[in-house]
Design a protein around this ligand. Sequence first.
Ligand SMILES: C[S@@+](CC[C@H](N)C(=O)[O-])C[C@H]1O[C@@H](n2cnc3c(N)ncnc32)[C@H](O)[C@@H]1O
Length: 284
Amino acid sequence: MADRDEAEWDYSSAVPAGEQRQTVDLKTGVPHSARVYDHILGGKDNFPADRAAAAEITKSWPNLPTSMRANRNFMARVARVLAADHGIRQFLDIGTGLPTAPNLHEVAQEVAPESRILYVDNDPIVLLHARALLTSSPEGRTMYLDADFHDPEKILASEQLRETLDLGQPLAVSLIAIVHFIADDAVVKDLVQRIMSPLPSGSILALSTCTADSAPEEVRVGVAAYNANGIPLVARDLARVERLFDGLELIDPGVVLVNHWHADERAAVDDAHVHMYGGIARKR
Ligand SMILES: C[S@@+](CC[C@H](N)C(=O)[O-])C[C@H]1O[C@@H](n2cnc3c(N)ncnc32)[C@H](O)[C@@H]1O
């Protein structure tokens, strides 16, 4: 399918509520991380500014598409392992991104149809596509919340969360490819602590984030290209990523390049082409 440009954009059928239609500001003239990511993954929900930024970024960072796909496959394996091996039936996915098959709820509900998922993102274009994220199995539930990770208390107090998740039972918080947009480790740790603190013991944090460890020069140049396009991005080394899980118990295999986490045949890719670390940890 052809990419969209602004003139042909029609979101009338995608907006979940009339009220939200009034307030959506797509800011299509500037590149946005979710739409750049969508374009690089082969999606169509992006605009000329996003495509121009993506072209510039991938010129400097040729293995970025491979790394992004490895990250997306990691997300799916995490959802499957949490549902199948850890008995997790509730997911709070912050920084959801545009719908890309399979979405988290599709993986979790394939294992356990009663799984409930709250998707959270702060990008208006993700909001426009929320309906595609709300295709729950009849036994389970999916919901969408338009909110920012910088305000965890708002997420935790939201009506959408109360309608979807039971904070009396363990749940998994997923922060997949989002915290590399927050440069300050202390800020990320504070936000993680605030989102996890009211959750019961046995709850899980699943996180993936950008690293330059596997390809220092390529990622250095690529991160600079992101920053030059107005999208802040930071690459962290292994020790910094491990410290984001402080206070939680890392579960085997710990923090690894995402292609090594419970690898299956789809995860087979050269380490130098994967620029994301990922891991999961349990709240004691
Ligand atoms: C690179 S995409 C990752 C999407 C998906 N988690 C995945 O890994 O395929 C990052 C997403 O995080 C969202 N995001 C970035 N900063 C955010 C914040 N502070 N609060 C909520 N969402 C945020 C962006 O809008 C985007 O949709």
